[in-house]
Design a protein around this ligand. Structure first.
Ligand SMILES: *[C@@H]1O[C@H](CO)[C@@H](O)[C@H](O)[C@H]1NC(C)=O
Ligand SMILES: *[C@@H]1O[C@H](CO)[C@@H](O)[C@H](O)[C@H]1NC(C)=O
Ligand SMILES: *[C@@H]1O[C@H](CO)[C@@H](O)[C@H](O)[C@H]1NC(C)=O
Ligand SMILES: *[C@@H]1O[C@H](CO)[C@@H](O)[C@H](O)[C@H]1NC(C)=O
Ligand SMILES: *[C@@H]1O[C@H](CO)[C@@H](O)[C@H](O)[C@H]1NC(C)=O
Ligand SMILES: *[C@@H]1O[C@H](CO)[C@@H](O)[C@H](O)[C@H]1NC(C)=O
Ligand SMILES: [Cu+2]
Length: 359
């Protein structure tokens, strides 16, 4: 069912729908890339401008045409699109390419709909992963110049209605400080695979021991040592058990724990930290690519179908490895543009995309 609908989508994409230009591209390619910077290198006023733009996006009308009951704002369009595509775009070979486009569109909308003058920042979580204390003290969690901190502790040990148990989670309730407290921020859909309007406050469940075990620099270095995209993506995504997660799960579940929004694989973009995490992952993919650009600008692989990677628990799932011509579907998220090929977004300065990372 999943496989056949995916194939139908791929077959439906024509040259014409794939060839249209996005808002970030020009006929001349990429001459003036946006420069994505680490959060703590921004000035206080730049940080505040970014947070203000995120909240602005949540005040702008949805553009997905009313197909998602709970998508009340442009911000929600991203959450809804992620929810309905979750089972298609995670643990597959185009996982990183799909999220690259997703974050790019978010950056474009912050700028074009909300007047944000900067680039999407990233969170180099390795800087905070020397110890549990340093992780909890991350400037990303600052209530004034960051995204606020943890929710109050809820003991969810042994609950059978949650996806997995992350050890040493310290929160679970809704955030109590910063710009995304209940009176100022709502998650309008979910939990999990549900786009019905269901406004909720935003929970976090920071789990510092788990976070630092997956996000520390030695883990990153090991991930970047992969010698093919196939192997790199396996190291990034990992499996879905606590020991086998890569740094992708490390960021989601290090913040999301058992009960946090960003730990819900479907609704995770409901927490704005999602974009800080995924921008850093995108930076690391780009960094990996540029260790051998001649080869790696074309190196892609991995299954077209979820759960076919040879991970701990994955069974025998029929799949094909994707190629650079694989067509990715964004449904109604991106104006004038439903499909992107992987090839178009292999280069973050290829013209379809136009940004770079400041180290
Ligand atoms: C959470 O509850 C479990 C029992 O369900 C108990 O063993 C554990 O000590 C509790 N943890 C904390 C931090 O209170
Ligand atoms: C999950 O189970 C716990 C413990 O039984 C309960 O307190 C909680 O409300 C449940 N959550 C949901 C979303 O059903
Ligand atoms: C989806 O969410 C709505 C609103 O919270 C709820 O009424 C409905 O039962 C949910 N549907 C499913 C399939 O869980
Ligand atoms: C850092 O990551 C490695 C895995 O690459 C892990 O073995 C080590 O325990 C981690 N360090 C900490 C402090 O968690
Ligand atoms: C997909 O690629 C990997 C890595 O090159 C390879 O081991 C695997 O056999 C391939 N799978 C298929 C179905 O071709
Ligand atoms: C990210 O953090 C690690 C660990 O502190 C550091 O080695 C690296 O230089 C940082 N990179 C960037 C771009 O901030
Ligand atoms: Cu995702």
């Amino acid at each position: 069912m999943r496989l056949s609908s995916l194939l139908a989508v791929a077959a439906f994409a024509t040259e014409a729908t794939v060839g249209a230009a996005s808002s970030s591209s020009t006929a001349c390619g990429c001459t003036n890339p946006l420069v994505r910077k680490e959060w703590r290198t921004l000035s206080t006023s730049q940080k505040k401008e970014y947070i203000k733009a995120v909240k602005c996006l949540a005040s702008k009308p949805s553009q997905t045409g009313g197909i998602y009951d709970g998508a009340k704002s442009r911000y929600d369009d991203f959450v809804a699109t992620h929810i309905v595509n979750t089972d298609l775009v995670h643990f597959v070979g185009f996982f990183q390419a799909w999220h690259r486009v997703f974050v790019n569109q978010y950056e474009q909308d912050l700028r074009n709909l909300c007047g944000y003058s900067g680039a999407q920042p990233y969170w180099n979580w390795s800087l905070d992963s020397e110890s549990e204390e340093s992780f909890l003290a991350s400037p990303l969690f600052d209530p004034v110049t960051g995204f606020g901190g943890n929710g109050p502790y809820i003991n969810s040990t042994g609950w059978t209605n949650i996806t997995r148990q992350i050890p040493d989670n310290l929160g679970g309730g809704c955030v109590t400080d910063g710009p995304f407290v209940e009176s100022k921020w709502k998650c309008n859909m979910g939990p999990v695979k549900n786009t019905t309007y269901n406004p909720r406050c935003m929970p976090r469940d920071i789990s510092p021991a788990f976070a630092i075990s997956k996000l520390n620099q030695s883990r990153v270095d090991w991930t970047l040592e992969a010698d093919s995209y196939y192997e790199f993506d396996i190291r990034v995504e990992g499996g879905i058990t606590v020991p086998t997660h890569g740094y992708h799960g490390g960021g989601h579940l290090g913040i999301g724990g058992n009960l946090g929004e960003v730990g819900d694989v479907y609704t995770s973009p409901g927490d704005p930290l999602f974009y800080m995490h995924h921008a850093n992952m995108d930076r690391l993919w780009n960094k990996w690519q540029h260790k051998d650009w001649t080869v790696r600008q074309k190196d892609i692989g991995g299954p077209d179908t979820q759960f076919a990677y040879p991970f701990d628990f994955f069974g025998e799932v029929a799949y094909k490895n994707i190629t650079i011509d694989y067509v990715m579907n964004f449904d109604n998220l991106i104006p004038d543009r439903q499909y992107y090929t992987v090839k178009e977004v292999m280069d973050i300065q290829g013209g379809t995309l136009c940004y770079k990372y400041k180290e």
